[in-house]
Design a protein around this ligand. Structure first.
Ligand code: SAM
Length: 191
């Protein structure tokens, strides 16, 4: 596969495929994310697409905390915007438009979810450098990549790039059709 194909961005017209009811059975957001989410957190849903994870994340935070649903495509953010309009989610989900070369989130966050998005980013070193600067100490980053699109070797290279900025691998959750890893931003004061 050529480099441009590997990093091809999922078009807005294909967003429906990400929200299929069948997916909820295979990749239930609550089941996947429960060990990592707690009340009051600020969670960055990076490359949120139509918000398959964003809304569920917001409801897992209960009364406090928020989700920053971020995407490089305004069309994806529009889909999230339409879903939450006039609902209680409006006050818990903040929409953020990323630029192609920069996430642009400056707020410190407790958890970053990057589900099926990292392979779409051409410069992963820059991506992880930026994520390192906004993830709180002891904060976690959950990365999942589609195994039908991302070969094992490419995934391992991604994990190495994440580690090279200082993240530490803590878990390899088992997820259907996916390769996934959870890393932590270590608290150096504790060494
Ligand atoms: C395959 S979709 C996955 C959407 C969602 N995470 C899910 O699992 O349903 C990948 C998303 O990442 C977004 N994306 C790609 N590159 C990005 C970047 N550099 N910054 C922010 N979002 C990006 C795309 O626009 C697309 O909505």
């Amino acid at each position: 596969m050529r480099a441009e194909e590997k990093t091809r961005i999922c078009p807005v017209e294909r967003a429906g495929g990400l929200e299929h009811s069948f997916r909820r059975l295979l990749q239930n957001p609550r089941r996947i994310l429960k060990p990592y989410v707690s009340q009051g957190m600020t969670v960055l849903d990076l490359g949120c697409g139509p918000g398959f994870f964003s809304l569920e994340l917001a409801s897992m935070l209960f009364d406090s905390g928020k989700v920053i649903a971020s995407d490089v495509q305004e069309g994806m953010l529009d889909k999230v915007r339409q879903k939450i309009a006039g609902t209680a989610f409006e006050s818990k989900i903040q929409l953020h438009r990323c630029r192609e070369k920069s996430i642009g989130v400056t707020e410190q966050v407790d958890l970053i979810l990057a589900f099926y998005m990292v392979h779409e980013v051409p410069n992963k070193d820059r991506l992880f450098g930026e994520l390192k600067s906004i993830l709180k100490q002891n904060g976690k980053i959950f990365i999942a990549e589609p195994s039908f699109r991302v070969p094992k070797q490419d995934f391992e290279e991604t994990v190495e790039k994440a580690k090279s900025v200082g993240f530490k691998e803590i878990k390899r959750p088992k997820l259907l059709f996916s390769r996934s890893v959870v890393l932590v931003n270590p608290n150096h004061n504790h060494f």
